[in-house]
Write a protein that binds this ligand. Structure first.
Ligand code: ADP
Length: 655
């Protein structure tokens, strides 16, 4: 019940049973909370004992003229549900903390009080957004209750302005509106609460009715349309989420932009600069990554499917199931280009919004504590992901985006344990003779060289099988040469050949034959280092066109004569392919024997014909590649010899 009237000073403007915090006038007095009937007139704010629906003794009163500030107070994370809407009254002789029964109740009290105090002398232009608790303000640690405020009180200016015409107070404030009872065992959790925006009558048996302006616990989001809620009487049911508005606090976030209690780090330019910015990942991927992080308040911001918009995703472990709950919040923007989650909290930029919610849960699931980064992070070169085991846990890997598609299936960028970048080859069923591959994968994992793309492990328990390797940010050497070759100097091209040769010398030393060496099977790292990939993999391809030398996809143009004639692979046939690869490098990714098909190449090679010298290649370099194409395998150099030739050439050429 609420009464309005302006004619007589004693007429009640608003009254309601509210919780009041003890004032701790003596330092040692404990904090407690009592229900009082608050009665506000133009002259005073008084509070009374309230028992059996009757006003009892007056317990205290504040002279309206002495009030200097009326504002919300920031709540702490583990605040019980009945104390979610605190506001403060700072007056000449003290500080009073009162709790609205819900957001509406608090807003109406603030509006009523602020309207009446607007012509008071000595209004404050700064205030304390945090509680004074145990002898100090939580916002700034000042220990004197009358210490000057640490944050700008935004309303100060508007209260002085003559244009400030107070809004009409709605007349439906109910006396002693019941608070929601705490959920047993969950009282300490950051519970989510929603306020009904409309009345609702349940359609089926699983629903419950909603009453406008009443609050409800959100127990679960059943799908995008239905929420499971609990009302004040403990009834639970499903209701359309369109009828509810999740409760957001009205704490004064603006202090962060004015006179903050905490020191924020200097603002960076764009969201991309921040660790929490995840860019183009999907809702499902963000949930997987947050769950992998597995920490309360793990969060990230990603691009929404609507162009130019963002979604913030946050994990809380405190509710529902043991894997936690991930919530996704749309970041809206208003006509003034301010961003907000709830329209009463607007910020100049996304980073400012995030900074605010790092300090205040303010209606979101939990405070943002641990940014989860999708920024690139390499597995340290000494690390073995599976602790030496080659079978990795599939649940440790989140697939982020497609990098390309290969012989066996797609290749994806993945995050291992929410932290390290890996490339994941997903193997389609029956594209690979996996049994044979798995027998050898362990050996391949041990082939550990800085210029070999590292094989970290496999996930084999179901399809698609994963082959998990080192991630190479610049993709395949072939496309790199085509796209960036013109920016490279000949000595850099030679360095690329050197990288490949070093890896191949290592394989040669371990008597391991690559079988499919070509620029398309090498990868380029973020620092332009080239590494050899897919070593030995050709053996496991189940595609006749690719593996049989008469097949259309068989890499004839990289094959030595003994390979396309007799399938006779050796390190020396790898040397032939290396010569072709050098040619690809120095012709910036051209296709060898461009004008000939496979059959013509077989014929030409058999007649002694060889590739011409690419114009970026010196005579000496051409001699090196040419030596790889000797018809007789034994007459070709070893990788060991090739490496020292390239090195001596590099030493001669460089100043
Ligand atoms: P396959 O050898 O099975 O045909 P590839 O290994 O060539 O498949 O992979 C296809 C594409 O995927 C490559 O051209 C490259 O763009 C991308 N890719 C493969 N492995 C990686 C990796 N480790 N890091 C980054 N990109 C990769």
């Amino acid at each position: 019940m609420m009464f309005r009237g302006n004619s007589m000073q004693s007429e009640i403007i608003i009254e309601e049973v509210l919780l009041k915090r003890s004032q701790q006038k003596k330092k040692i007095s404990p904090v407690n909370y009592k229900e009082r009937l608050f009665v506000f007139t133009q002259r005073s704010l008084s509070y009374y004992d309230y028992d059996k629906e009757k006003r009892g003794n007056r317990k205290g009163s504040v002279d309206v003229k002495k009030i200097r500030c009326v504002e919300t107070v920031d709540i702490e994370e583990q605040t019980p549900v009945e104390r979610q809407y605190p506001f403060q009254i700072v007056y000449k002789d003290g500080l009073l903390y009162i709790y609205g029964t819900n957001e509406d109740s608090r807003r109406q009290w603030l509006e009523a009080l602020q309207k009446e105090i607007k012509n008071n002398p000595y209004l404050l232009n700064k205030y304390h957004p945090g509680f004074f608790t145990n002898g100090k303000f939580l916002c700034c640690n000042q220990s004197c209750k009358t210490a000057p405020g640490c944050a700008i009180w935004e309303l100060y200016n508007s209260l002085h302005s003559p244009s400030n015409v107070s809004k009409r107070l709605p007349g439906n404030l109910k006396l002693n509106r019941p608070s929601l009872p705490p959920i047993p065992g969950e009282a300490k959790s950051p519970l989510r609460i929603a306020v009904a925006e409309y009345d609702y009558q349940p359609q089926g048996q699983s629903g419950i009715s909603l009453m406008k302006n009443h609050k409800y616990y959100i127990l679960a989001e059943k799908d995008s349309d239905l929420w499971r809620v609990r009302d004040a009487d403990g009834n639970e049911g499903d209701v359309p989420r369109t009828h509810l508005r999740e409760r957001f606090e009205t704490a004064s976030e603006t202090r962060k932009e004015t006179g903050s209690c905490e020191n924020d780090s200097p603002e960076k330019e764009t969201p991309e600069d921040y660790e929490w910015f995840a860019g183009d990942i999907t809702r499902a991927q963000s949930e997987q990554l947050l769950r992998q992080k597995g920490k309360e308040g793990a969060f990230m911001v990603r691009k929404s499917s609507q162009a130019g918009k963002y979604t913030m995703s946050v994990l809380s472990l405190a509710v529902e199931n043991k894997n936690g709950t991930v919530k996704h919040y749309h970041v809206h923007s208003n006509s003034e280009n301010k961003v907000y989650l709830a329209h009463n909290h607007c910020f100049d930029s996304l980073p400012k919004l995030i900074t605010y919610h790092q300090h205040n849960s303010a209606g979101i699931l939990t405070r943002l504590r641990h940014p989860v980064s999708t920024k690139l992070k390499k597995v340290p070169s000494s690390a073995a992901l599976g602790n030496g085991l080659w079978e990795l846990r599939r649940t440790d890997i989140v697939l982020l985006k497609e990098l390309g598609s290969g012989q066996f299936g797609e290749v994806q960028l993945g995050k291992w344990k929410g932290e390290y970048d890996v490339a994941v080859k997903t193997i389609r069923e029956s594209s690979m003779s996996e049994e044979e591959f798995l027998e050898e994968a362990e050996i391949m994992m041990k082939l550990n060289h800085p210029k070999l793309v590292r094989l970290y492990g496999v996930c084999t328990e179901k399809y698609p099988i994963y082959i998990v390797t080192e991630y190479m940010a610049n993709g395949s050497l072939l496309s790199y040469l085509k796209d960036h070759g013109k920016e490279l100097q000949p000595f850099q091209l030679l360095q690329m050949c050197h990288n490949v040769c070093a890896a191949m010398e290592f394989l040669e030393h371990h008597q391991f034959i690559h079988r499919d060496l070509a620029a398309r099977n090498c990868l380029v790292d973020s620092d332009s280092t080239v590494k050899v990939s897919d070593f030995g993999m050709a053996r496991y391809v189940l595609d006749d066109q690719y593996v049989s030398s008469v097949g259309t996809k068989f890499p004839v143009k990289w094959s030595a004569p003994e390979v396309f004639h007799y399938s006779n692979f050796s390190s020396k046939s790898d040397v032939w392919a290396f010569g072709i690869l050098m040619w690809e490098v120095f012709s910036l990714g051209k296709h060898p024997y461009e004008l000939y098909d496979n059959a013509q190449v077989v014929e030409k090679i058999s007649q002694g014909f060889r590739l011409y010298r690419p114009h970026l290649s010196s005579e000496t370099i051409y001699e090196i590649m040419y030596s790889c194409w000797h018809e007789i395998p034994e007459q070709r150099p070893t990788f060991h010899q090739l490496l020292s030739q390239i090195e001596s050439f590099q030493n001669d050429e460089q100043p």
